[in-house]
Design a protein around this ligand. Structure first.
Ligand code: AMP
Length: 489
């Protein structure tokens, strides 16, 4: 632990320039999070920094602000960035670019991201215009270097974000190749949820006398996260239960094992009246971006995703994570769970467990170090509603979020919406979400309400419900049970 940790320091106290502090204030960021208070001073002083913190702890600004500050006052030559952030996924790259865009502008610096799945020519042109801080996924940067569109010899500071995920995803050979192309004496910042195994190898090889900051407990111990096992007997009960869960209020991420499984579940949910999108490695980048934007702005409040696609997704206000298919191992459980309870928010994590999966799941959650309770559930169960806020979906089919814009299906128009009991609000929601798909992150209000569907839409009413009852249920916190079962710190 560094002696420079200053838990009560302001951003200005930490040594950040006034223009940057002002830009942060304009974005509503007033006080450093612990990981920022702990690392910014050392990073500004030029030290190599090793940061260990859970997802959502504020790592992006922890490495981004000192990088930008240290790059201020000079300008990058064409194709020769001066700062480099390596990340495992395209989504994370875009997210970091968005988070650092305004702060960079305030300091007169240029930030850009280069990722796979997007046109390389445009990225090469962007690099040729000069980029001070480049955010990149390893594969695409490697391609740009091969094409001589990028050269890393001017990189004075490199940050590796989610280094453990880059290692898990098999990127280390590419990462080391890229680091070898940066100047040996350059400053290096490495952030990771875990600092063992392959990450440790990177640290030993590329970092010199690093200060280590571990300011927050791992995801499993976030005090506002609670974990539940929902025993669903078999696959058909599991699907029915998942559909009711998906119809809840708030943002929900459902994890499945395969790409095909993701598409199938999302389609089933839409068929039942729940606006859901699927995200996986088989989707085109623009489709992925649109799906994520519609999820983040709450217009498509259910995201069905595979592990690989979900790496690095950082969206605030996700109040429930559902392991629709239990993960294969405990690390994946913790990573998935880390998509909720971000930045001090509450979060609930449930795993749907069929009879035959019980033994494996029990062993996996034990290994993950999480305290769980287990309940038998069937569609409509009180316990299910108390834990997840589950509801009966409308049955009025909704359009796919990332499909080309088309009129929302009308009730009784000849498709599955015939089964619908009441209005087509969720469908029009999905259509609106599509047209608003690229709404910038910072324009969104923070918190659960983003994920809320409009009160009074027929879509969420249970049979026999008055609108008032229905709303009351929606407003009910996700469980006294939940609170009792919070994970111990
Ligand atoms: P990160 O872990 O970097 O993805 O950050 C998680 C979330 O916390 C993002 O939405 C950030 O905008 C937000 N955030 C980061 N630092 C602060 C801060 N000091 N004050 C308020 N919000 C912050």
């Amino acid at each position: 632990m560094s002696s420079s940790s200053r838990p009560d320091a302001t951003f200005a106290d930490l040594g950040l320039p006034v223009a940057l502090v002002q830009a942060l204030r304009n974005a509503g960021i007033e006080k450093p999070f612990p990981i920022q208070a702990a690392t910014i001073g050392d990073a500004l002083a030029g030290r190599d920094v090793l940061g260990r913190g859970p997802t959502g702890s504020g790592k992006t600004l922890a490495f981004g602000l000192p990088m930008l500050t240290r790059l201020t006052g000079a300008s990058a030559k064409p194709g020769r960035p001066r700062g480099l952030v390596l990340v495992p996924t395209r989504e994370l790259a875009t997210q970091i670019e968005r988070a650092l865009d305004e702060p960079a502008l305030a300091l007169g610096l240029r930030v850009a991201s280069v990722v796979g799945g997007a046109p390389i020519k445009r990225q090469a042109d962007r690099l040729a215009r000069g980029v001070d801080l480049l955010i990149a996924t390893p594969g695409r940067l490697d391609d740009l270097i091969k094409q001589r569109a990028a050269d890393l010899s001017d990189v004075a500071i490199t940050a590796l974000d989610e280094a453990d995920h880059m290692a898990d995803m098999g990127f280390l050979p590419q990462v080391t190749k890229l680091l070898d192309r940066t100047p040996k004496a350059g400053q290096r910042l490495l952030f990771s949820a875990t600092l063992d195994g392959d990450v440790d190898k990177l640290v030993k090889r590329y970092m010199s006398d690093p200060v280590t900051h571990s300011t927050a407990p791992p995801a499993a111990a976030v005090t506002t996260m609670s974990h539940h096992l929902l025993y669903v007997r078999d696959k058909s009960v599991k699907r029915a239960v998942a559909t009711e869960i998906a119809a809840r209020d708030g943002l929900t991420i459902m994890f499945v094992r395969t790409k095909h499984g993701a598409d199938r579940l999302a389609k089933q949910l839409r068929g039942a009246g729940v606006a859901a999108g699927s995200l996986h490695g088989g989707k085109a980048q623009n489709n992925r971006t649109r799906t994520l934007a519609a999820f983040a702005d709450g217009s498509v409040p259910v995201l069905v995703t595979t592990d690989v696609a979900a790496r690095g997704i950082h969206i605030d206000g996700v109040s429930l994570v559902v392991h629709f298919d239990p993960p294969a191992e405990h690390k994946a459980y913790l990573h998935r769970a880390g998509r909720t309870a971000r930045a001090g928010e509450d979060g609930v994590v449930v795993t749907l467990v069929t009879d035959e999966e019980r033994k494996d799941v029990a062993a996996m959650t034990r290994k993950a170090g999480v305290e769980t309770d287990g309940v038998d559930v069937r569609p409509g169960d009180r316990q299910l509603i108390a834990i997840t806020g589950a509801r009966t979906p409308s049955g009025v089919a909704v359009a796919a979020p990332a499909a080309p814009a088309q009129p929302a299906p009308k009730a009784g128009s000849g498709n599955r919406s015939r089964r619908g009991r009441s209005g087509g609000a969720p469908a029009s929601e999905a259509a609106r979400g599509h047209s608003r798909g690229s709404a910038p992150h910072r324009d969104r209000p923070v918190g659960e309400s983003r994920g809320r569907k409009p009160a009074g839409t027929g879509g969420h009413a249970r049979s026999g419900d008055t609108p008032t009852n229905s709303r009351r249920r929606a407003a009910r916190p996700a469980a006294p049970a939940t609170r009792r079962n919070r994970t111990a710190n």
